[in-house]
Design a protein. Structure first.
Length: 387
């Protein structure tokens, strides 16, 4: 068993002072004021934080040092894709992974891009794997997109929408087709029921309408979220709202809270490069906080580099969050958003030993990680030492 001493330990739920964090193999054993017996002390650090998690990213799909034309975030063959898997385009030699690890960002949920109305399956990954299969931690739904982006791809291949109503209509048509088939199968009797079969794509839609699979929805503007909620009401979809950068009034966030629909907010610090972001501003965070909707923070890498995830929390602090609350958003809350909170997000017994050791206050511009551990293994240290 190994342990480290932290003058301050952010656990993901609270801030503790002068504690020993012990771990064995991949898992945390506990945190205590006294050093456990037979525990090898491998370092003492001013601050320790949980691993940071990015719940919406394209890391490894758009790779650092490669031309944008070689990016694999969007498949351009047609507008609706239910079977592509983001994991199949993941390349672990993307240099951005090392940059993210160095700043304590150890996990991401990679999703297809937003050029298609439906883009395919997401994948929660660890950044320190040897290959894409080893990287997989879990799944977190199917990616969809509403608003400007899917209507902006009219020059891509296949049948493409030119308006918002066209994009929503194409998706609605698929949902109606599967729901009609479900109704026919339910009404059929005996062998006639077995004759009504579902294709692989239809099974994805069936699971979406049954609430077995989450629809991860790229959407920025209030009225585009309203259109999404109409689909939710019509087909019983279980959804998340991702981005919401243009929402500059509180009402829609309040409605999302009432419906228990979580928000993956951001990316903050990006340039408002299109009309649907005309109201994008860090001050919109106040509406997010005041509504009490459940939310996490994203980078949308490469829009904001994954390594800068912690940096974006400064806007939360400016809006009244404590440093502990800010850390909690990009650790525990992001883990809960993805449904992996029993593995990562907090530094408690039984969770993976994934954490970052800092040489000072992480919110000090001059502070930086001096050791990063992923599932019990030392992944980064500026100067090699006993770890």
């Amino acid at each position: 068993m190994k342990c480290i001493f932290a003058d301050q330990l952010y656990t993901g739920t609270d801030l503790r002072s002068q504690v020993f964090l012990s771990f064995k193999g991949t898992d945390i054993i506990g945190a205590a004021k006294t050093k456990p017996a037979a525990c090898q002390l491998i370092g003492e650090f001013p601050v320790v934080t949980p691993a940071f998690i990015d719940p919406h990213s394209h890391i490894g799909l758009y790779r650092a040092g490669e031309p944008e034309s070689e990016g694999e975030g969007n498949e351009q063959a047609r507008a609706l894709f239910f079977l592509p898997d983001a994991l199949d385009s993941l390349q672990m030699d993307d240099p951005a992974f090392a940059d993210a690890i160095e700043m304590g960002v150890l996990y991401s949920c990679i999703v297809p891009g937003s050029g298609n109305i439906v883009g395919g399956l997401s994948a929660i990954i660890r950044h320190f794997a040897n290959n894409s299969s080893e990287a997989l931690v879990g799944r977190a739904g199917v990616k969809a997109a509403f608003g400007y982006n899917p209507m902006s791809t009219r020059n891509w291949k296949g049948e493409r929408p030119t308006t918002r109503m066209g994009a929503v209509g194409m998706f609605r048509e698929k949902l109606y087709q599967v729901r009609d088939k479900l109704d026919r199968r339910q009404a059929a009797k005996g062998k006639e029921k077995d004759k009504i079969e579902f294709s692989a794509e239809e099974r994805v839609l069936r699971d979406l309408m049954a609430g077995k699979t989450i629809l991860r929805c790229h959407v920025h503007k209030t009225d585009d979220i309203a259109a999404l909620l109409r689909l939710v009401d019509a087909f019983g979809l279980r959804v998340t709202v991702e981005h919401a950068g243009d929402v500059h009034q509180p009402e829609i966030f309040t409605e999302l809270r009432r419906r228990n629909i979580p928000v993956a907010f951001g990316p903050l610090d990006s340039f408002a490069y299109k009309v649907e972001l005309r109201h994008e501003n860090w001050r919109n965070i106040r509406h997010l906080i005041d509504s009490e909707v459940f939310f996490g923070l994203i980078t949308d890498h490469p829009v904001i580099p994954a390594r800068n995830l912690l940096l974006t929390t400064r806007w939360l602090i400016r809006c009244g969050y404590t440093r502990q609350q800010a850390i909690e958003v990009i650790s525990r809350k992001n883990a809960e958003f993805l449904g992996i909170e029993k593995k990562v997000g907090t530094l408690r017994k039984g969770r993976w030993a994934s954490f970052t050791c800092w040489n000072g206050d992480p919110f000090d511009l001059t502070a930086y990680p001096v050791a990063v551990f992923g599932e019990g293994r030392c992944l980064y240290q500026p100067q090699a030492a006993n770890c």
